[in-house]
Design a protein around this ligand. Structure first.
Ligand code: PPS
Length: 366
């Protein structure tokens, strides 16, 4: 038996509704809808756009938007927030480990990451009738749901209810921007925002949208870059996502970290996190955690536990076999292998237009 989370049709695709966040959720124009349907096979119920911001999200977002906006946060919560592919999973593992497994001897550390650290809005992504989130009740996520939410209906938001139910201190993952999250988020809880240079984000996001049937991107790499610079990818616009974080950068409950800095100086970045989180870990503990959460160790550990195949059943095994899985390269600068001079110029122009005034100094890898 499997749980099919998308059985609820997300409603009339063509309706315009106002959300509690103040955004107006609208259908895409017909022309754009047609192109999306040709290039993306993972969005059978389509996508919606939210104004202001032009945020692009699955139609299913409207089922969860107000509940996410009204999500009751706690003072012990840490939200790990990023635009997709900026290193969320890495940061989640670091934060969870620093707070719950500082000596690397907690058996709970072996549990699948989403059981320990849920993905707040994940339910909206299960929007393809053929996708079964849980292959069986033996699945670790399904078992965790039964334990944590015994009388709850998973169809009302499987991950959302897990996010509510997990014990404190909660470490919660989200790709949503500040404006779609509870307005008091930073006053109540801590947020770690991870940013990554957009050129590497494009490469990683393209790979993700090809391996993951939730997106199922079937067009060319050139088209994907165009989607990015047009701000037409899920969770975009990238620059506005980053801008909303940068505008709050002086808030004491916000910690901004760059993928590239974490890569070049993990122990230094963990020391900064140690202060932000108030975890009081020793230098040797931080060094051990940096090693434990390095790309090579996380890849081996998580792939051995079936991360690509069993636990994320929406991943396409044939593409993974040929092109690598979720843990692709974990490096900075791999865009140089893939962006042609023309595409690179296009992205440079986009960076110049949109991000040069944000006060961020991207490092593009050596
Ligand atoms: S997702 O699907 O949006 O939540 O992806 P996200 O976790 O944000 O980002 C995935 C990229 O992060 C890389 N990764 C790591 N890099 C370095 N060290 C560690 N430990 C690590 N873990 C994950 C992952 O490989 C993706 O980047 P690419 O460039 O594709 O390899």
């Amino acid at each position: 038996m499997g749980i099919v989370l998308d059985r609820f049709f997300p409603g009339n695709e063509n309706e315009t509704i106002e959300l509690q966040s103040g955004h107006v959720l609208e259908p895409l124009p017909e022309e754009e809808k047609k192109k999306q349907a040709e290039d993306w096979k993972g969005y059978p119920y389509g996508l919606v756009r939210l104004s202001p911001g032009r945020w692009l999200l699955p139609t299913n977002f409207k089922r969860f938007a107000d509940r996410i906006y009204g999500f009751k946060t706690k003072s012990t919560d840490v939200f790990v927030m990023t635009y997709p592919k900026c290193g969320t999973t890495w940061t989640q593992e670091i934060v969870w480990t620093m707070r719950n497994n500082p000596n690397l001897d907690n058996p709970a550390g072996k549990k699948f990451i989403f059981v320990r650290s849920p993905f707040l809005e994940m339910d909206m992504l299960f929007h393809k009738p053929s996708l079964k989130m849980m292959p069986s009740w033996n699945d670790p996520l399904a078992r965790a749901f039964l334990q944590l939410c015994p009388f709850k209906n998973p169809l009302n938001g499987f991950m959302l209810q897990m996010s509510e139910a997990i014990p404190e201190p909660r470490t919660i993952k989200t790709h949503l921007p500040f404006s779609l999250l509870p307005p008091s988020l930073l006053d109540v809880s801590k947020v770690i925002y991870m940013a990554r240079n957009p050129k590497d984000v494009i490469i990683s996001y393209h790979h993700h949208c090809r391996i993951n049937a939730m997106h199922d991107f079937v067009s060319s790499f050139e088209d994907f870059v165009q989607y990015f610079v047009d701000d037409d990818l899920l969770y975009g616009p990238y620059w506005l996502h980053l801008k909303e974080a940068m505008e709050r950068k002086d808030h004491p409950n916000l910690h901004i970290v760059f993928f590239e800095d974490m890569k070049t100086n993990p122990v230094g970045e963990l020391s900064r996190l140690n202060i932000f989180l108030g975890t009081n870990l020793t230098e040797p503990q931080l060094e051990n955690i940096a090693k434990y959460t390095s790309f090579s160790e996380m890849k081996v550990r998580m792939e051995a536990s079936g991360f690509n195949e069993d636990v994320l059943p929406t991943f396409k095994k044939d593409v993974i076999r040929d092109e690598g899985g979720f843990f692709r390269k974990g490096e900075s600068g791999t865009w140089k292998e893939k962006l042609t001079p023309e595409l690179d110029e296009k992205v440079d122009r986009w960076i110049q237009e949109h991000t040069s005034d944000l006060g961020v100094d991207f490092r593009f890898g050596v």
